[in-house]
Design a protein around this ligand. Sequence first.
Ligand code: AMP
Length: 252
Amino acid sequence: MSSDTSRATWFKGGTEPCRPVSPSTRRFNLILLGAPGVGKGTQAALLSERLGACQLSTGDLFRAARTLPACDRTPAVTTAIEAMQRGELVSDDTVIALVRERSVCLRCHGGFLLDGFPRTVAQARALDDILAGEGVGLDAVVSYELPIEDVVRRIGGRRVCPGCKAVYHVEAQPPVVAGICNGCGQVLEQRSDDRPGAVRVRMEAYARSTMPLTDYYAARGLLVRVPADGEPDAIYDRTMDALVRMPVSVRR
Ligand code: AMP
C-alpha cells in the first residue's frame, strides 16, 4: 500500500475522505490482471508507491470485511466471505455493488490500480458503465503471466503477517526467524484461500472466468502482457517500459 494514501474512501465507502495522494507527473488508470500467486499484489503496491496511484483491491475489501464482528456484516457480505474462504469467486452483483459504492475512487487524482477487479466479463462491462459515469478513461490493462507450476509453488509457500500485513515466502523471502514477522513479531499465517484445496478452486475460477478478459481488453487495444518471472523490481521495470509506450487515455 502506498505510504501517502490512506484508502479510507475505498475501505469505508464513498463518503469517507482519503488523505491526499502525491501523483507522479503522469497519472495512470490501470487494471491489473493475473492468476492468484503471480505477484500482482506486490506489483500493485510498487506501482502505487512509485506512481502515487491508489491501489483498489477487491480482495482487500473482503479480507477487511472478515475482521468485522458478525453483527456488523450484512447477509451479502457474509455470503461473500464464505465464498472467498472456499476459494470461489464472490457473486458479480455483490462485487459490482461494492465497486459502484466506491466509484469516486476512480477519480482519485493520483490515478488508480484496480487489483482483482474486474474478474469476469460481466464485471468488466459493469466497470465500463461506472467509468463512463465518472467520465474517466483506462490507460491499460496489465496482465501478469507465469507458468502454472511456478504459480502453485509461489502460493503454497506464501505467509502473511496478521498484524502489519507484510508478505513472506518460506523459500524465496523467508523471515529472519521462521514463522515470525520481522516487522512486528507476530506469528505468520497462511491465508485460508492459499491452502491447497482452495488454491485449486481459485486457479479453475481464474482460467474459466478471468482469462477471457484478456481477449475483451486486447480487442480494445488496452492489453499489455508482462512476464511475471524474476524479482519484483525487474517485473516493475518491465511493466513501466510497456506502459510508457501506451497512449494516454482520451477521457480524464
Ligand atoms: P484476491 O486477493 O484478489 O486474490 O481476492 C481474494 C478472494 O476475494 C478471491 O478468491 C474471491 O473469493 C474474492 N474476490 C476478490 N475480488 C473479486 C472479484 N472481482 N470477483 C469475485 N470475487 C472476488
